[in-house]
Design a protein around this ligand. Structure first.
Ligand SMILES: Nc1ncnc2c1ncn2[C@@H]1O[C@H](COP(=O)(O)OP(=O)(O)OP(=O)(O)O)[C@@H](O)[C@H]1O
Ligand SMILES: [Mg+2]
Length: 258
């Protein structure tokens, strides 16, 4: 199953992606998590400590490797480079694994539009497509708010685009925008997860305002989640409740595919 997580800034995308990865790994699934946010912090939400990250660099910063595979230097415009570089060995070579979760950190992917079509863009997008299309594991991609990184060829392989929303109108607006973008590129299965809910009222507020979206479940406002972030550990390792809530979200997703 291929899952992408989106939503407005700070909505809880990384928290959901990280804990989902751990829950699935805990169920014995093979899983690849991909951090496609330039402000990479999926690692700590999965539970990689600073020590395990020490030597790991986001792929976007690996200039020599990008040059070797694409034939062009990072940021080089207008020169010739390989549009479909070899990427199939990257998941094994450049990932780190912890608690059964394999993590690939992409780093900053330059936008494809606006004339920038540079070497690292070609490499990172090829990699993302490869993982989504060819790998048979569970794949979870932590995106920034936009969907630019999901190339057209990959969209039919995305089983779920989950938009994380908070009980607030701005969040609902983002959900609608994301669905519009998803629609434009051919992703049909857009779901929502409500985060930071404090009451039944919050749940109803989200349900009623986004009643035309399939809803997978809720994550409560939870001081342990914030504490996990402050301590640089995974919420999964700190709190049973968030584990249970996100396990239910995964169950709902799997049921919806049946
Ligand atoms: N349910 C919750 N209860 C308490 N704190 C939460 C909850 N969900 C997320 N947080 C905290 O809010 C902050 C933002 O969450 P997170 O990083 O998961 O969001 P994001 O959507 O990935 O943000 P960004 O847009 O910056 O990538 C983090 O400090 C996180 O610990
Ligand atoms: Mg994030």
């Amino acid at each position: 199953m291929k899952i992408a997580v989106s939503g407005k800034g700070g909505a809880g995308k990384t928290t959901l992606a990280g804990v989902m990865a751990r829950v699935l790994a805990g169920r014995g699934k093979k899983i690849i998590a991909i951090d496609a946010d330039p402000d990479s912090n999926l690692a700590s939400a999965i539970g990689f400590g600073e020590e395990s990250l020490g030597p790991v660099k986001p792929l976007a910063l690996m200039e020599e490797f990008i040059a070797e595979r694409t034939g062009a230097r990072k940021g080089e415009y207008g020169s010739f480079f390989q549009l479909n570089p070899r990427v199939d060995d990257i998941p094994e070579r450049f990932s780190i694994t912890k608690e059964g979760v394999r993590l690939i950190i992409l780093g900053n992917i330059p936008q494809g539009g606006g004339g920038c079509f540079c070497a690292e863009n070609a490499l990172l997008r090829s990699l993302l497509s490869h993982v989504i299309i060819e790998r048979d594991e569970y794949v979870i991609v932590d995106l920034e708010a936009g969907l630019e990184h999901l190339g057209r060829g990959t969209t039919e392989y995305i089983d779920a685009l989950i938009v994380v929303v908070e009980p607030g109108r701005r969040s609902f607006q983002t959900a609608r925008q994301v669905r519009k973008l998803a629609d434009d590129i051919g992703i049909k299965k857009v779901y929502i997860v409500g985060n930071r809910v404090t009451s039944q009222e919050d749940r109803d507020f989200i349900r009623e305002n986004l009643e035309d979206f399939p809803l997978l479940g809720f994550i409560s406002q939870n001081e342990k989640i914030a504490e996990a972030d402050r301590r640089g550990v995974s919420p999964y390792d700190l709190d049973q409740k968030v584990r249970d809530e996100i396990a239910e979200i995964i169950d709902a997703l799997e049921d919806s595919g049946r």
